[in-house]
Design a binder for this molecule. Structure first.
Ligand code: ZN
Ligand code: ZN
Length: 273
């Protein structure tokens, strides 16, 4: 039954895998056409760093300074300052949004290739199981692509997929972030909540906008469907992380309702890298 629901096709070339390739979930030759996130990454946004001596990328080190400044300002509560900070504690991604995976992501989103979620979730558990607080089933098989553990385990108590605007989802038939969340939940045992956050606005494709416009575009785009939320550590999942404005907008709403920490996991990370 599972194989009927999830035909075992290679997420890069979409050909059916041979029985001995099913465990790996991808052709060896196709695996060489995609770029796993590895080595030193920014402690906040997860983008690869050029230098291993740094903890944060350029943008996030500015953000970090703002947080430090905000903390020091608590002694002077009347002094109003407006600084850019983030509601997201940490972001991790599996692949760089470059090379053959761009086409994979297109199919995952638009061509009903939601079964690729199975491969992505398996990769997430194998490479980021330590971060998610779950045991990796085969820790030895992906040594070369392991993401260096710069941080302790976050142990989320809920997985929340970035929601799609309902009419759009009806037209497309599914939300790829939900497919990823469900597979991740199946492998980790962490429950998924697809109903908590609702997208109440159909937002213009973000890539056509500048950072300021992106933020405005997402203002009040998400709504929490409950008055109080009992989750403590939420893991928001999506397909691609670019500027982070979508994840940030979801995180802001969750924090407002009492979620203590919001982490983000995406299949790909793009942007200026
Ligand atoms: Zn292939
Ligand atoms: Zn960063």
């Amino acid at each position: 039954m599972a194989s009927l629901l999830f035909p075992t096709r290679c997420p890069v070339c979409d050909d059916i895998l041979e029985p001995e390739e099913i465990e790996k979930g991808i052709h060896l030759v196709c695996e060489s056409k995609i770029y796993p996130v590895q080595g030193a990454v920014c402690m906040h946004c997860g983008k690869p760093l050029a230098s291993t001596s740094k903890e944060f990328c350029f943008d996030c080190s500015r953000l970090q300074r703002n947080i430090e400044q905000l903390k020091s300002q608590t002694a002077y509560p009347n002094q109003k300052i407006k600084l850019h900070t983030s509601s997201v504690t940490q972001v991790k991604s599996l692949y760089l949004y470059r090379g053959a995976i761009k086409h994979t992501m297109y199919k995952f989103k638009y061509s009903n290739k939601r079964e690729y979620a199975r491969f992505f979730a398996k990769q997430a558990v194998e490479r980021l199981g330590w971060w998610l607080g779950v045991e990796s089933p085969q820790p030895q098989s992906f040594q070369s692509t392991k993401i260096s553990p710069q941080h302790t385990s976050v142990r989320p108590d809920i997985i929340i997929p970035v929601p799609m605007y309902e009419p759009k989802k009806r037209t497309r038939g599914y939300n790829q972030a939900e497919s990823f969340a469900e597979e991740l939940s199946r492998l980790t045992g962490i429950p998924v909540d697809k109903k908590l956050v609702k997208r109440v606005k159909d937002t213009t494709p973000q890539k056509s906008l500048n950072p300021e416009e992106r933020k405005n575009n997402l203002k009040s785009a998400f709504q929490i469907q409950k008055n109080s939320v009992q989750y403590s550590h939420a893991l928001v999942v999506d397909d691609i992380y670019t500027t982070g404005s979508t994840a940030e907008a979801v995180a802001q709403e969750l924090i407002k309702k009492g979620v203590r920490q919001v982490y983000v996991l995406t299949v790909c990370i793009g942007g200026d890298i």
